[in-house]
Design a protein around this ligand. Sequence first.
Ligand code: DQQ
Length: 538
Amino acid sequence: MAIISSLRHFLFLALLLGYGVFELEASHRIYEDLQSLEPTGITSTTRQQPYRTGYHFQPAKNWMNDPDAPMIYKGIYHFFYQYNPKRTVWGNIVWGHSASTDLVNWIPHKIPIYPSQPSDINGAWSGSATILPNGKPYILYTGINPRDDQVQNLVVPKNASDPYLRDWVKSPKNPLMAPTAQNQINSSSFRDPTTAWLGHDGRWRVIIGSKIHREGLAILYRSKDFVHWTKSQRPLHSAKGTGMWECPDFFPVYINSQIGVDTLVLDKNVKYVLKLSLDDTKHDYYTIGTYNQTKDVYTPDKGSVDGDSGLRYDYGKFYASKTFFDSAKNRRILWGWINESSSVEDDVKKGWSGVQAIPRSLWLDKSGKQLVQWPIKEIEKLRVNPINLSNKELKGGSVLEVPHVTAEQADIEISFEVSKFGKAEVLDPRWTNPQLLCSQKGASVRGSLGPFGLLVLASKGMQERTAVFFRIFKGHNKYIDRSIVESFGGGGKSCITARVYPTLAINGAAHLYAFNNGTESVKIARLSAWSMKKAQIS
Ligand code: DQQ
């Protein structure tokens, strides 16, 4: 039996990933001492800045975290993000804004939302856009008031005929939703409004992330006019023991189709996805289920599990993600924040922190049990100098260099063919945690069928390398961009994103190898690798 496993690689990484262990650090730790430190590295050249990415979205300098309010408006894609305009650590939070015609090249615009009203004077935190039936984009976002309570605010374009949406006006009615003595909302855990949707009764719905003790909550509000909002007695969904739910995302996906669905569409042929960002573990997980529009309740399908053991968009670094419906191309697109793995001192030195993953198209798998993701097609326009290999046997214990690729900035697709399936290791049913499995069964632990895959961002002698590999127990695409390796395995059914900071494999000294560290031979059915051009970003 032949198994074809395919990998795509944006100098991204391992379905199993073997360059150290993922560090999951708190994303919003407050570094009071660093708030006064000027970033030092922002004027350095790319040569001195080997980790600055070539085609992943990042601002010119300073700290960036969550993607906010992604949308398409009058043919222009808009991307907003949480931004500290002064430092390379989290703090002084305002919104950054860039616009694009292709989701690849971006033009930065001025800060659209910054503290200016009592309802956001201590910070303008995450939020989402809703395109109203009149075509206008309304943004709901969390503001931090003078008492440090979290409240929800509305901002609308000043000039709706400007496709670049350069100026925004805050509602004089802000805040529109706030914790009160009556509604029992926890004032320090009430944030990140989703894109709103319209019910059959003509009223808007929106959910806000929250918790009561250790129970995660998606608090539901309804409104007739988008300005006056009433809290529902019952949350849309809740789950005990999961802790604070940040950045909820709630959207429909078609059954048996890769076409995206507008959040406003109440179609029968859909399933619903509820994605939550777990504050405790910094993991984005999702469930697939049914939305009962009469009761306004979401119920995950049997087997679709809430909490940290649930399905994840990405098994590496990927947090506070958000989708939007791209009405120009009828697809749903996912953005996610990739935090650094470096020390805050190193971030101060390089003058920036945080990048965004390549936007991914996302749809429901045929099984109906999980989502599938794939980098947007537009990214392929950066590909140059293709290298192709096919039908190449990789004997057990061998390494093959893939020459002539700018290995520090590349896109690689590889399919392996495996014939001696019977020799595969038996999967221990206790191995349910992929990260743990990866750290115990790294690329150097020999098996029979695998580990085999790619060594990316590798130095000449391979002292430094990042392994992206398969190990077959009784089946990827990958993108590499200097300090990021994003891997898509099994046609986009499992994704892993990692930050890697090579010291030798930089500035033209990076190499790309295919390897097989198993005892049995495997065949590279097909390998295509491209050097990637730089995108216009900041
Ligand atoms: N980041 C924002 C919050 C959100 C968190 C603050 C998630 O609104 O809960 O920068 O990373």
